[in-house]
Design a protein around this ligand. Sequence first.
Ligand code: CTP
Length: 382
Amino acid sequence: MRILLGITGGIAAYKAANLVRALAELGHNVQVLPTKNALEFIGKSTLEALSGNPIYTEMYEDVQEVRHVAYGQEAELVLVAPATANFLAKLANGMADDLLMNAILASSAPVVVCPAMHTEMWLNPATTANVEILEQRGIRVMRPESGRLTGGDSGLGRLPETSDIISFALYGSEVLAGKSVIVTAGGTREPIDEVRFIGNFSSGRMGIELALAFRDAGAQVKLIACNIDRELPAGIEIQRVSSVSELESAMDQPSDLLVMAAAVSDFQLKNPHRGKLPRGEAMSLELTPTKDLLAQYAANQKDSYCVGFALVENGSDVIKVATRKMQEKGVAAVVGNEITALGAVDSSVHFVTADGAQHKSGSKTDIARWLVAELSAILSKS
Ligand code: CTP
């Protein structure tokens, strides 16, 4: 996506370097447009190097380029972070006294602003009124956080973390707001006896990241956690389960979207042993296949957009396998990845739908956000 990133002149402008880098790493083309005052807090060269694009701030430099119109028209998203009280006031009044203000007025792209300032300035009735005006015009205003401010004092007014700004700006779309999303994560355990089980190495990380990204996009998320040790996020309904049959019961409800990231056992013991199996000679365990929960859910919940995962042998044709699973299980999409992704922080996935395949690699956090953006785009068309 082509993002016009406005930076205005507050101390938090130094944090914009991380934002530029993170957006560029997500594959976005970031055109940074700092105000003159912002350049008192952060160097132009830093921003040019991180974005890979030259930076102009002057309205009357290369006038023949009509840069403000080009910037405004090319942008698919305008993001301003940090946004000062002065910037909010100017935008609320439609002022166009520098290149950034002109570009914003010349743009029809969605606008997201992230105010950061001292608590008193944020709470000042003038700022409150300006924010109200901006929101009435459809501009999305991300509330500042509480925390340490410049000068050592603390309070409301801090610029939120980079990852939160990205979630809010990129994925907080209307499309997913209030939608019910079920995410399954982790790995099931099928008892062999009362102390042993058949399990797998799934860490649940991808599913947790997806649940977080859906939550940040405004969805009502239920995370069904299969044997996940790590702490689970707030703001999400959590149901902890262990076996395939417990997972099946937890999934027994409609949803707008199901994302089946859990590694589900394909087999269970025909007769799990009561008590503890004693040590002894070689033994065989009789296994029976489990139900395919994803296929069953897709067949029963016709209104739900179902997304499966496919863990494919390293070196196999991931897209081919994912496409086959999509057809066999009767689901709308399958995210295919290789076994190396198991338990890892980074991954590389192919997102396969009836329209084809798209590839993304990076941290599971970035991949989750990307998938949520893709799914949001798909749902907006349906
Ligand atoms: N799945 C499921 N129920 C099962 C097995 C798998 O719902 N009993 C789901 C998984 O959560 C995943 C998708 O099906 O979303 C594919 O899982 P995977 O284990 O890769 O594939 P399988 O269907 O088990 O096929 P294979 O044995 O060929 O790997």
